[in-house]
Design a protein around this ligand. Structure first.
Ligand code: ATP
Ligand code: MG
Length: 278
């Protein structure tokens, strides 16, 4: 027992340091938010679980500083779209966006201002949900194929609704992929990550600079080099392929088809003939 004592002290020390590192807070439009835990990260910065007035939220904090020329101004997009579509099917509710000082947290410089986006906190991304709840090759004896397909159908319906709302407002997302979709505890899918959103009205001539994620890109975009609203549906198509097969997307499947070991092929539910056809 005594042998483990120092280890216990060390873990208590580590836990206490972790708690104190998350002691910071910020005030956005008169509301105070306290950091609780980091829940995600990306090119833009990190996403945290924050608490305010006894409620949970997600706070996306831009630690990179500044926005690239391809990124929409989050405050403009919030006022023009997100604030008006907070309860819409397929769209993660964003409650507020603004610039704040973060105090009492060693990871943030108290003299700097950070752009933060406050949105509805969810448990998991579609990537994780698909791996455990949708993939047909992971079917357990306690469920039927129909139950899994029913869940996939609900995800696809939500995403089609979300994309249609976005497009009707004149915007395209340009980075639809499983990491940019969250799933609620009752299996509803919601689009997030509006950093690459493009206003089609303002940029009707399209853009020559390709942005997005190669595995989910619309092949037509590679040919035309011109963003169109239907590029988002092609990315959704890649997601649907992934939900059913277990690959991220057709492009991932193609690029890995020559390299899969026999055991991986088996675990992904692929047959040898499928592989040969690819
Ligand atoms: N509301 C939320 N609830 C729970 N987790 C979230 C939430 N928003 C984001 N996350 C997690 O944080 C990750 C990064 O968030 P997001 O995709 O918005 O940022 P990003 O990829 O850094 O953005 P960008 O592409 O603009 O650089 C997500 O993939 C997800 O895992
Ligand atoms: Mg993202």
């Amino acid at each position: 027992m005594l042998r483990f004592f120092p280890n216990i002290l060390l873990s208590i020390y580590i836990s206490l340091s972790a708690i104190s590192a998350f002691g910071g807070s910020f005030v956005l439009n008169g509301q105070e938010y306290r950091f609780i835990k980091q829940v995600g990260s990306g090119g833009y910065g990190n996403v945290y679980w924050v608490g305010s007035g006894g409620r949970k939220f997600a706070a996306k904090v831009n630690t990179r500083g500044g926005l690239s020329s391809e990124m929409i101004n989050p405050e403009v997009f919030f006022n023009d779209f997100l604030a008006k579509h907070n309860n819409r099917q397929g769209i993660n509710a964003t409650h507020d966006v603004g610039t704040v000082k973060i105090l009492g947290d060693s990871r943030f410089d108290p003299s700097k201002s950070y752009l933060v986006e406050i949105s509805a906190l969810r448990d998991q991304s579609l990537r994780r949900y698909a791996a455990s709840e949708l993939r047909l090759s992971k079917l357990t004896s306690a469920e039927t194929v129909e139950e899994r397909l029913e869940r996939s159908l609900r995800v696809v319906t939500d995403l089609l609704a979300g994309l249609t709302t976005l497009h009707k407002s004149g915007y395209i997302h340009r980075d639809i992929k499983t990491d940019n979709i969250l799933v609620t505890s009752d299996g509803r899918a919601e689009i997030i990550d509006w950093g690459l959103v493009l206003n089609i009205k303002e940029r009707s001539l399209g853009t020559k600079k390709l942005v997005g994620t190669p595995a989910f890109v619309d092949i037509d975009l590679l040919r035309s080099m011109r963003f169109q609203f239907y590029n988002d549906y092609a990315s959704l198509g890649a997601i649907i392929f992934g939900l059913l097969t277990g690959f991220d997307s057709p492009i991932t499947a193609l690029s890995s088809s020559g390299k899969l070991s026999a055991s991986q092929r088996q675990s992904e539910g692929l047959t040898t003939s499928f592989k040969t056809k690819v």
